[in-house]
Design a protein around this ligand. Structure first.
Ligand SMILES: [Zn+2]
Ligand SMILES: [Zn+2]
Length: 359
């Protein structure tokens, strides 16, 4: 039977999708666009499992478009390049993070801040201007405009490096933008999950003194011995929190549950900066008194632009920073999601896509 023009312009793809807000993932056949002149096609080898994947699968934010193939910490090798592609060759080790498109002409795009473009196209659970839908990295291949493809430095592993594409840039970008990189200063990292554990490592690489702040006292020894934190603070121990008041220059708050800001603001010195990168689903209370009295600052930040994401990958490669991962097969993904919902992961699941995804 003759193929329609539309079918001829498509590549077959296979992944795992959720079809409703149960969030349960199962095998799913779909198609991706043919590789265009500016496009790079990747064979996906690994994909990190981000907390946003879980939120989207379960429609926690109310804007999931099923079926959803999640995944925006994608690494792999280039299998096709379009004729305008100058940055990549077939066989290159590459990655794709949280975004696969933007308008390219707005003030944000012109400043390499594609991540703040009002017409940003997220890697999955999003639509392109032509109405086609985007599916993420829990799949065998993806087609992406070269502008949104990252180069993996030679010594950066594709499995443990993949989570840097979301978790890494989410903490690296605010540290750079808000000036939280002065060697010798004291950084608090609140929340020791996927984002927090990378923040500890990046903070150490900038020469900061790093204190991990967590509600789980059992994480103390691994925060110090495995992740390299200088000290550990149990956030629900009033005595310990009191003794740390006014000791920190910067805090990165990765906690996405609703939580009070006052204890964290109290930890800051005068002129201290608190940057929040978690996304609680309800507003947090803002204590203005300590902000005013101590000339403190609260800011937010969302991933990073393409140029800065490349800079972050290069920085991590130079300092041998990767995520601590549990490599899983795709068949284990639903169990992994249950565990992620309970924060039972050290510290990021990564799907071994190439070795487990087959029809
Ligand atoms: Zn993410
Ligand atoms: Zn733009």
């Amino acid at each position: 039977m003759a193929k329609s023009a539309e079918e001829e312009n498509q590549q077959k793809a296979f992944g795992w999708a959720a079809t409703d807000n149960s969030g349960i993932l199962s095998p799913f056949n779909f198609s991706r666009r043919e590789n265009g002149d500016d496009d790079v096609t990747l064979k996906i080898l690994y994909c990190g499992v981000c907390h946003s994947d879980l939120h989207t699968l379960r429609n926690d934010w109310g804007f999931s478009f099923y079926p959803v193939v999640p995944g925006h910490e994608i690494s792999g090798v280039v299998t096709k390049v379009g004729k305008n592609v100058t940055k990549f060759n077939i066989g290159d080790r590459v990655g794709v993070g949280v975004l696969v498109g933007s308008c390219k002409t707005c003030e944000c795009c012109e400043q390499d801040l594609e991540n703040y473009c009002p017409r940003i196209i997220f890697t999955y659970n999003s639509y392109n201007p032509d109405g086609t839908k985007n599916y993420g990295g829990y799949s065998d291949m993806i087609v992406v405009d070269q502008r949104y493809v990252l180069r993996f430095p030679d010594n950066l592993p594709l499995d443990a490096g993949a989570p840097l594409l979301c978790a890494g840039i989410t903490v690296y970008s605010p540290m750079k933008y808000y000036g939280m990189t002065e060697a010798g200063k004291h950084l608090g990292v609140s929340g020791l999950g996927g984002l927090g554990h990378v923040a500890v490592k990046i903070g150490k690489a900038f020469g900061l003194k790093v204190t991990a702040i967590s509600s789980s006292p059992q994480k103390e020894s691994e925060a110090i011995n495995r992740l390299g934190a200088d000290s550990f603070l149990v956030s629900n121990d009033p005595e310990k929190m009191k003794s740390a008041i006014g000791t920190m220059d910067y805090i990165i708050d990765t906690v996405s549950a609703v939580h009070p800001l006052l204890p964290l603001l109290s930890l800051l010195k005068v002129n201290g900066k608190l940057v929040t990168v978690g996304l609680p689903n309800k507003p947090l209370e803002l204590p203005v008194f300590p902000l005013v009295m101590g000339r403190k600052l609260i800011g937010g930040s969302d991933v990073g632009g393409m140029k800065e994401t490349q800079e972050m990958l290069d920085f991590c490669a130079k300092h041998n920073i990767t995520a601590d991962i549990e490599l899983i097969r795709i068949e284990e993904i639903n169990t992994a999601m249950e565990r992620l919902a309970k924060s039972d992961v050290r510290y990021r699941f990564v799907i071994d896509v190439a070795n487990s995804l087959s029809q």
